[in-house]
Design a protein around this ligand. Structure first.
Ligand code: PLP
Length: 465
């Protein structure tokens, strides 16, 4: 294969695309779309079928945290697949899963000693909700089942996870399939419901107090849990709440016997420069969910990690946790997860995410030179840029939605960088943003390259909107 190395000042390269109608036997994500085929990955680059190289500034789908093509992980997978590819966790124990969950327990905060392993972030959140529900049930609080969430938010595409998600663009066409569980506002400064973004800690407390109002409205005896992404992903491009928010959330949850679930599907396992994003605040949740970075993209893995005081309630339950899937605690996935965590620790990737992320965050301030950039934000290597039509009023772009997002993605491909356009966080169907979430392995030179290629991308977008 010839690798046609692209730099930001290349002309628009040739790119073969395949219509959604011609993807072999695939029922495609969108029949109407044209797809570039990715054939190879190495470190923080991927190559398409024409040999064009792209800087993977979104780590696949915010999951390829250790970079592409790591032979150590391939070797661990091969060894385990040859020894034992599968055994049922309902009937048997398996060594890779025991070892992996012990390693996870060393990585999670103190007193998080066990992990329930599944195959995706959606399943991790479904498991957390069912764990919270059964926790209350076993303690005699049989009426507690509701889970309060935030808007905007994304917790996954399965039934309960959709009910939790405050992301109308991803659920409107499916209604009335999902219960629309109660939502409070996300408490993030840029589009705060209570201040202009400068309300600080006092506004953090005010935003969190919405949870107390929602619990009282629903009836405290019916509310089992509250779920939040400490740093929001696709629903709001790396937005985090005001200081003081999560501390007050913890107090309210304690007062009403409501479990605090943090969805760290994207933010967990080092992405924000702490092992878990909630560790940016002095707050201990009751359940942590995670997925993407756990496997680095090398296998479908998700996990639900309860605090010891939650797990203990299940110790006396004769018929166990009323939940489970065929692929829970899959031995091959567990061996891969262990190899990924080993790679992270050998290369000190959480510290690298903090260090290079801080540097990249500073350089991203340069993007304010484009009038359509309204906000640059994020922690570690979970960064986001929000686009607006008017920076003063924060009015979304006139071309908001798929039109703008396709333009941005294509301009990124032309510039040799992968972007992750999304939106719909303003009034349910307007507003646009992109995540910048490269592998945690990047150094400052790669961060500079991301910024330069994003400049090229934004210049092209600016000339076309
Ligand atoms: C915060 C968050 N929660 C849950 C999910 C769902 O995870 P999955 O796509 O693995 O089911 C995602 C996926 O993007 C996510 O970012």
């Amino acid at each position: 294969m010839t690798d046609r190395e692209m730099s930001h000042d290349d002309d628009t390269p040739e790119r073969t695309t395949i219509p959604g109608t011609e993807l072999g036997g695939m029922f495609p994500r969108a029949f109407q779309k044209e797809y570039v085929t990715i054939t190879r990955g190495e470190g923080h680059y991927v190559w398409d079928a024409d040999g064009n190289r792209y800087l993977d500034a979104i780590a696949g789908n915010q999951n390829v945290n250790i970079g592409h093509g790591r032979s150590e992980v391939a070797a661990a997978a091969r060894e385990q697949l040859e020894r034992l590819e599968y055994t049922s966790s309902m009937l048997f124990a398996n060594e890779p899963a025991m070892a992996y969950t012990e390693t996870i327990a060393e990585f999670t905060p103190a007193e998080f000693e066990t992990a329930w392993l599944v195959s995706s972030g959606s399943e991790a959140n479904e498991s957390a909700v069912k764990m919270a529900r059964q926790y209350h049930y076993e303690r005699g609080n049989t009426e507690k089942y509701k889970v309060i969430a935030r808007e905007p938010s994304y917790h996954g595409n399965t039934g309960i996870a959709m009910a939790l998600s405050g992301f109308p663009a991803r659920k409107t066409k499916m209604q009335p399939l999902f219960d629309d569980w109660p939502k409070i506002s996300a408490g993030t400064p840029y589009r705060c419901a209570h201040c202009d973004g400068d309300g600080g800690r006092a506004c953090g407390i005010r935003c969190a107090d919405e949870l107390e109002a929602a619990i009282l409205e629903e009836g405290p005896d019916t509310v089992a849990a509250f779920i939040a992404e400490p740093v929001t992903g696709a629903a709001n491009a790396a937005a985090a709440p005001h200081d003081g928010y999560f501390e007050r959330i913890r107090e309210i949850c304690d007062e009403y016997d409501v479990l605090f679930i943090v969805d760290e599907v994207m933010a967990g396992f080092g992405r924000t420069g702490e092992n878990f994003a909630i560790e940016h605040w002095d707050v201990t949740p009751d359940i942590i969910t995670s997925a993407k970075g756990m496997s680095g993209g090398y296998s479908p893995i998700g996990g639900t990690m309860p605090h010891r005081r939650i797990a203990e309630v299940f110790e006396d339950v004769e018929d166990g946790f009323q939940h489970g899937h065929t692929y829970c605690f899959n031995p091959a996935s567990a061996a891969i997860g262990t190899a990924v965590l080993q790679y992270m620790s050998d290369n000190d990737l959480v510290a690298n995410a903090r260090d290079v992320g801080g540097y990249l965050r500073e350089r991203c301030e340069e993007f304010y030179e484009y009038d359509f950039v309204g906000d640059v934000r994020g922690k570690g290597l979970m960064l986001g840029v929000e686009f607006v039509g008017d920076r003063e009023t924060k009015e979304p772009l006139a071309s908001t939605g798929s039109e703008f997002q396709s333009l941005l993605f294509e301009a990124g491909l032309d510039a040799g960088v992968l972007t992750y356009p999304s939106g719909g966080h303003v009034a349910g169907d307007r507003g646009d943003h992109t995540l910048i979430t490269p592998p945690l392995t990047i150094d400052r030179d790669a961060a500079d390259e991301i910024v330069e290629r994003m400049h090229t991308t934004f210049q092209q977008v600016e000339s076309e909107i």
